[in-house]
Design a protein around this ligand. Structure first.
Ligand code: ATP
Ligand code: MG
Length: 389
């Protein structure tokens, strides 16, 4: 019995004339995600992509799980390949669906017949196969409204395919179709989730992390790498730049009023990030900020951080509660890494009474004593790059 992975395109079905470009990117991304699991052929037809292993070494389960993390896929399933005759479809279905139907109480059969020369029409296929399955699994009942298992038969050009329930795909748009953006990543809960959210909308990710050794440890940086590995399972390879930030933080601590420490630090992060992002043709910055979560995330505080950059700043978590963010972080498996204790450069030199309603003029005055351009120059030139996948 030959088994394949059947993939249904997601939102990109809607993309009109761009559809082919979107599909090309999706196919390229699928290949990147699964090629390490062995040899296969990939075919596409009518919003469906077929992955057919070409030898027994193909790691089917791993490839199936990897497909579940590719953005741009609405649904996917394993399916059995049959000859295009009713007897072969019935014989295969009885064996192939044995496990799943034995564990179910109700089912229904759906048929899709894109080959109109097939002698049975869709309702006849359902009737015929449904009757045979009821005979083989007499404990089953038919429920057309809310069945435990939907058995789907697709009759296509070269073969017929049988599958049980489809799995939910990762949704969204294929990574790369929306361009590229830079995520400012810390070791916290929020920024990896923000990265995932924007990769889901089709952005390719670059990552920027600010490290302040010896105040922050190599452990903190390792944590960021582990978080990005989890995100990269969805987004594909991420280029990470680690920016040396100690000098800037010390200068801020020495030369600026304490209540502005965090705000000025964030303005410096934004300026440097915009420089690094532009070098890599990124069109936007992404942060994990959520309105009102901390003093530096009030609207006036966000306004003064935005003020130092021209690039759009994407904040996908802006309207989410912590609980909603945590749900996503658990789903993408970053939560347990994020909650390991670590020191972020944000937690070094935290003011006792941070300014929550700053104005741009106040910030400009507060950072007057800093040699901003030289500090940025040294941070940019000291940035160390690596790739994470
Ligand atoms: P997170 O959980 O992502 O750390 P947070 O709620 O702790 O977020 P802050 O520490 O105020 O919030 O940081 C706000 C945002 O600034 C983060 O979501 C992230 O995008 C960015 N950021 C914070 N620290 C760093 C860092 N060390 N390197 C790069 N970006 C950072
Ligand atoms: Mg943080």
């Amino acid at each position: 019995m030959k088994e394949i992975i059947l993939i249904k395109n997601g939102e990109l079905v809607l993309k009109g004339l761009n559809r082919n470009t979107f599909e090309d990117v999706l196919v390229k991304n699928i290949k990147k995600h699964i090629s390490k699991y062995g040899n296969y052929t990939l075919k596409r037809a009518q919003s469906t992509i077929f992955i057919e292993p070409t030898d027994d070494d193909f790691e089917f389960e791993k490839a199936l799980a990897a497909v579940g993390k590719v953005f741009g896929i609405a649904g996917y399933s394993r399916a059995c390949v049959c000859e295009k005759n009713m007897q072969d479809i019935i014989d295969n279905a009885k064996v192939y669906l044995e496990n799943v139907l034995s564990g179910a109480k109700t089912f229904k059969v759906e048929a899709k017949r894109s080959d109109k020369t097939f002698p049975l029409k869709s309702p006849e296929i359902c009737y015929e196969l449904g009757g045979q399955l009821l005979a083989k699994f007499p404990h089953l009942k038919v429920d057309v409204h809310n069945p435990d298992v939907v058995v789907t038969v697709e009759v296509r050009d070269y073969s017929a395919y049988i599958r049980a329930n489809q799995l939910h795909g990762a949704g969204g748009l294929p990574v790369g179709t929306a361009g590229r953006a830079a995520i400012l990543i810390s070791g916290g809960i929020d920024s990896p989730v923000a990265a995932w959210c924007m990769a889901k909308r089709g952005l390719e990710l670059n990552a920027i992390h600010f490290a302040s050794p010896p105040y922050t440890s190599p452990r903190a940086e390792l944590k960021v790498r582990q978080l990005l590995e989890k995100v990269a399972a969805y987004s594909g390879t991420i280029r990470l730049g680690v920016v040396p930030f100690t000098e800037i933080q010390q200068e801020i601590a020495d030369k600026c009023p304490e209540e502005f420490f965090t705000l000025i630090m964030r303005r410096m992060m934004m300026r440097i990030s915009e420089r690094l992002a532009a070098e890599r043709n990124c069109l936007a910055l992404i942060t994990g900020e959520s309105l009102g979560q901390v003093a530096s995330q009030t609207l006036p505080a966000l306004a003064v951080t935005d003020n130092v950059v021209n690039m759009p700043v994407l904040r996908p978590l802006i309207g989410m509660d912590k609980e909603e963010i945590v749900i996503i972080s658990r789903k993408i498996d970053t939560f347990d890494i994020s909650i390991q204790p670590y020191e972020d450069c944000c937690t070094v030199f935290t003011p006792k009474h941070p300014k929550t309603r700053p104005t741009i003029a106040q910030c400009i005055e507060a950072e007057e004593a800093l040699g901003i351009d030289e500090l940025i120059e040294r941070a940019v030139s000291g940035t160390v790059y690596s790739y994470i996948d």
